[in-house]
Design a binder for this molecule. Structure first.
Ligand code: HEM
Length: 265
């Protein structure tokens, strides 16, 4: 028995030694691995690749075969859209730069890199237009790969939003609030059906689904002047809301009629 044990220990000396050393060092090793893992986790959550404007210019399909574009400071890999963005493609203008404003103006001639200061999102655009750029950004978020952030106008060298970007965000929030308000008013005062004929002029009329709003009332046509707008639109109004000062009746139309005719001069 003893000779067997001695034989066994001799045969497996190094394995046993390794086990003893590992067991001895295990608490320290464990601490080390956990630390490494935690650091990796934090890095992968907070570290976003940062691009400078100069770096981004390289990803234009000529200097580098990859195609990157930036919108509101977020950089996307659009290489899979080669037919749109590649050299000679209709939208090749967008790659290698942040041309956020051009998503609204459709001006694909201007060089936003050489004339950066003038390419001012806030200076030239209304909240709704900035929101449209934001919707393009959402499109890229969904269809392409997000790579990181472009430093400069929208993000600082620490990857944090600049004050400028915070103002852009504010405009986007204003636009969203306006849209929600507009939608609430569409439900409250659904649009009328509308048609035009040379003999009768414009006819507006209400049905329980006019304006695409399915509802339990039909309503009567009224001119609805939304606050801040000089133009009116035709709204179908239920009896209990007819006193709203934002509403006006149509000339020569019975106030209880579900249809009215009018001629635009
Ligand atoms: C402000 C003006 C415009 C901008 C910023 C714009 C931008 C774009 C972009 C970025 C794409 C590529 C989308 C993707 O990655 O899949 C695209 C696709 C397309 N655009 Fe435009 N566009 C504009 C005006 C127009 C106009 C006026 C037309 C038509 C007369 C048009 C027709 C198309 C079509 C047909 C596609 C899809 C092509 C395909 O999938 O093969 N665009 N547009």
């Amino acid at each position: 028995m003893i000779s067997f044990l001695v034989h066994f220990l001799r045969q497996h000396f190094f394995i046993i030694l390794c086990c003893v050393v590992t067991a001895f060092l295990w608490p320290e090793l464990r601490k080390h691995f956990v630390n490494e893992y935690e650091q990796y986790q934090t890095r992968s959550e907070s570290d976003v690749r940062l691009f400078t404007r100069e770096e981004l210019t390289q990803f234009d399909g000529i200097h580098n075969k990859e195609l990157y574009l930036s919108i509101l400071g977020s950089v996307y890999d659009v290489s899979k859209g080669l037919k749109h963005y590649g050299p000679g493609g209709t939208y090749n203008y967008f790659v290698g730069k942040d041309a956020s404003v051009a998503f609204i103006t459709g001006d694909f001639e201007k060089d936003p890199n050489s004339d950066y200061e003038d390419d001012d999102v806030l200076k030239h655009l209304k909240a709704q237009e900035i929101y449209s750029i934001h919707q393009w950004k959402q499109f890229y978020e969904k269809d392409y790969i997000f790579l990181g952030l472009l430093t400069g106008r929208f993000y600082g060298y620490d990857g944090e939003k600049t004050d400028y970007m915070k103002k852009v965000d504010e405009q986007i929030e204003i636009a969203i609030a306006e849209k929600e308000k507009h939608e609430r008013l569409r439900v409250k005062y659904p649009p009328c059906n509308i048609e035009w004929k040379a003999e009768t002029g414009t006819r507006v009329w209400c049905t329980s689904q006019s304006g695409g709003i399915d509802r339990d009332f039909v309503g009567v046509p009224r001119r609805f002047y939304e606050v801040g707008k000089s133009e009116f639109r035709c709204a179908c109004v239920p009896d209990d809301r007819l006193e709203d000062p934002l509403l006006k009746g149509y000339d020569d139309c019975d106030p209880k009629s579900v249809e009215c005719f009018y001629v635009v001069d």
